[in-house]
Design a protein. Structure first.
Length: 270
């Protein structure tokens, strides 16, 4: 690498290995024993603390910080994967702590694993191939997401939680520590246990997000009608709640979630 490139890029420890084709933004810091592979793209101000491996076609947005002994863009843990060209896209201002693994996509999935802006992935968490993680999501320590999992914006996954492949976690949902999730979790809900079940709405998270009391009340009434009532078939309750709340976008987000084509059934309260 030329001297002017080093100056523009910030500090690269002499014990780091950076592939000549890697694209490096301004002001980055790459610590000792890091490996930045062919096809990597590091945005402005990215920090790789030490012993970080960036493999494959992996991009990190500006301001992202990566802790030691993390592997980003490693090949998916899928027996049919045959080194096809797939990638990882990590957004801006993401915090990834030590020993995290995030695998690139597969050609029989969406081909890319994505992490949204502002996400926090805590120590030793795993995010599998083709996962789509929204903005400001928190994945706590040792949580594990199998392939093809979709997580909505501002969701929280507790420590040691496990999410089955193809599951969807709705926006601002809370998954409790050690929960085992094998069904889709609606937006704004909280799920706990092994196997997990719905325990109501994520009231604490909704209040912290600044959601109004009126909206929270509408969500609570919708939740009760959908999941705590035995009045008619579930599909009929979904239609009734949607018709009664067409002017409440948050309730309609749940209705849209429930009516969307999906590979997993919906998590309930029982």
């Amino acid at each position: 690498m030329r001297e002017d490139d080093l100056s523009r890029s910030g500090h690269i420890d002499p014990l780091a290995v950076v592939h000549p084709s890697a694209k490096l933004g301004a002001g980055i810091r790459i610590g000792p024993f890091c490996t930045v592979g062919e096809g990597a793209v590091l945005g402005d101000g990215v920090v790789l603390e030490s012993h970080v491996v960036i493999d494959g076609a992996t991009s990190l947005g500006a301001g992202t910080i990566v802790g030691p002994f993390t592997v980003l863009g490693g090949p998916p843990q899928h027996l049919k994967y045959d080194n096809e060209p797939t990638r990882v896209e990590i957004g801006e201002n993401v915090t990834i702590r030590e020993q995290v693994t995030i695998h690139r996509g597969t050609p029989f999935g969406v081909g890319v694993t994505r992490i949204g802006d502002g996400a926090v992935v805590m120590a030793a968490a795993h995010i599998g191939h083709d996962c789509q993680i929204g903005r400001d999501v928190i994945v706590a320590s040792n949580a594990s997401l199998a392939g093809h999992v979709v997580v909505g914006d501002q969701a929280f996954l507790g420590g040691l939680a496990g999410v089955h492949q193809y599951c969807r976690i709705g926006a601002r949902a809370m998954i409790g520590g050690c929960a085992a999730v094998s069904r889709d979790v609606i937006p704004y809900a909280s799920a706990f246990g092994n196997h997990a079940k719905l325990e109501g709405l994520n009231i604490v998270g909704l209040k912290r997000s600044g959601m109004s009391r009126a909206t929270i009340s509408a969500l609570q009434m919708a939740f009760q009608h959908l999941f705590e009532s035995d009045d008619g078939a579930f599909a009929d309750r979904v239609a009734a709640v949607g018709a009664a709340n067409s002017d409440v976008p948050e309730v309609m987000e749940i209705i849209d979630f429930l009516t969307e084509d999906a590979k997993r059934p919906i998590l309930g309260t029982k």
